[in-house]
Design a protein around this ligand. Structure first.
Ligand SMILES: [Zn+2]
Length: 322
């Protein structure tokens, strides 16, 4: 078992920026920088990945403007949609594009669903000092459907619903089928746990980086049977690949799922897991190359068929001595 035997099973997350000054500012955070690209630089960036034999990418769009509704998430000329078109017209099937389907990067609340606010007539328009009463599952599904159609039209290979709304895979599978997109696959964020390990991603990609309580729709760390059930339900609803997230803290679940199903199992090695190692490496407390190679291989050993990780760009560069 080694990293090179598994290059085709790695998925590299990328953040595509619509606004160049936002892109430049984000580089100053010195966190996850390998994953960031300004939309105009996409062809050069993707060619570098192909040179490293990275052929699977998970795209997150970073829009220039956000609103309370997250409307640019399903704009035909939105940032993710334009990035997909550029990649497909330059590289065709050499790149397998997996596109995140959610509204949290596009709205101002940072929530993955439509928020209903206390005392607001229009549930999407918060007034000052109002509080969120609930996340509206079905209104969110309808937006996820629009996002998925716009991404499919743009040429994505996979949609990756990450909102953790009930019934999202079933709903989106029907939307794709009813619009003749049967060939588009679904990688579902099946068991996405409520966790502070996503903080570096949120600080970089969200409108605000304050604490956001997503416990009403993301899985609990404590409830293994719920996590297991969520994955099984997504398989029944028609997911092609299912995912467990974060990775290293959840290897028991990965091993358990692998013994239960043949559906390709993906783990996401999230931004907080990356940041811990990066910070230690910056202090010369560990060897980042060794640490990242061993941790990725341990995910394979536990049963992960595919691994989403920020480590792979630098790791492959090091190992190939580029
Ligand atoms: Zn989200």
């Amino acid at each position: 078992m080694n990293v090179f035997d598994n290059v085709g099973d790695f998925i590299f997350p990328i953040f595509v920026y619509e606004c160049e000054s936002n892109y430049q500012n984000s580089l100053r955070l010195r966190n996850l920088n390998d994953s960031k690209v300004f939309i105009n630089n996409i062809p050069v960036f993707i060619q570098k990945l192909i040179d490293l034999k990275i052929c699977n990418i998970l795209i997150f769009g970073i829009p220039a403007k956000r609103d309370s509704f997250g409307a640019s998430s399903f704009d035909k000329n939105g940032i993710t949609q334009n990035a997909i078109k550029t990649i497909k017209s330059n590289f065709g099937s050499r790149v397998n594009i997996i596109s995140d389907v959610c509204i949290c990067q596009y709205n101002t609340s940072g929530h993955c669903g439509v928020c209903c606010y206390d005392g607001a007539n229009n549930s999407n328009e918060p007034k000052k000092n109002t509080r969120i009463l609930k996340i509206d599952n079905d209104k969110t599904l309808s937006i996820l459907g629009k996002i998925s159609l716009s991404l499919s039209e743009s040429g994505t290979d996979f949609i990756a619903p990450s909102s953790m709304m009930d019934g999202q895979v079933f709903y989106l599978r029907r939307v794709l089928e009813n619009n003749d997109y049967d060939g588009i696959k679904i990688m579902s964020y099946s068991s996405k746990h409520n966790s502070s390990l996503y903080t570096p991603f949120r600080s970089n990609n969200f409108f605000k980086s304050d604490f956001i309580d997503k416990s009403s729709y993301q899985n609990s760390f404590y409830n293994l049977s719920e996590s297991f059930r969520e994955v099984i339900m997504d398989i029944d609803e028609g997911a092609d690949w299912v995912m467990i997230k974060p990775s290293l803290w959840y290897m028991d679940l990965v091993k358990m799922m692998k013994s239960y199903t043949d559906t390709p199992l993906v783990v996401q090695n999230v931004s907080g897991e990356y940041a811990l190692v990066q910070a230690a490496a910056d202090n010369k407390w560990l060897n980042k190359t060794e640490w990242s190679a061993l941790s990725l291989m341990s995910m394979r050993r536990a049963g992960a068929d595919k691994i989403i990780s920020y480590f792979i760009f630098e790791l492959l560069n090091k190992l190939l001595d580029k």
